[in-house]
Write a protein that binds this ligand. Structure first.
Ligand SMILES: [Zn+2]
Length: 89
């Protein structure tokens, strides 16, 4: 008998509802290309997602792939153009 099992990880990241239009200037490449995403990475077994490995909200640059984790408060502040909202520190 021979069984072939495949393990890996799958990325189910997606846009955060309410923040789809949010664009922030990237501190790395200085383009207004940073978007807020909901990050969900799963450990997969035979291509079936079983265990979440990473879970949270993240800011990701669509140009240079710079990313950093974020919180609801930070997103709220950026969406409202609060103090320092348009630029990441
Ligand atoms: Zn960038």
């Amino acid at each position: 008998m021979f069984f072939f099992f495949t393990c890996g990880s799958a990325d189910f990241s997606g846009q955060i509802s309410g923040y789809e239009g949010l664009r922030v200037v990237c501190p790395h490449c200085h383009n207004a290309a940073v978007t807020a995403i909901k990050r969900r990475t799963f450990f997969t077994f035979c291509f079936i997602p079983l265990v979440p490995i990473k879970w949270g909200k993240e800011l990701r640059c669509t140009i240079c792939q710079y990313h950093q984790s974020t919180t609801d408060e930070q997103l709220e502040q950026m969406a409202n153009g609060g103090p320092g909202g348009a630029m990441l520190k």
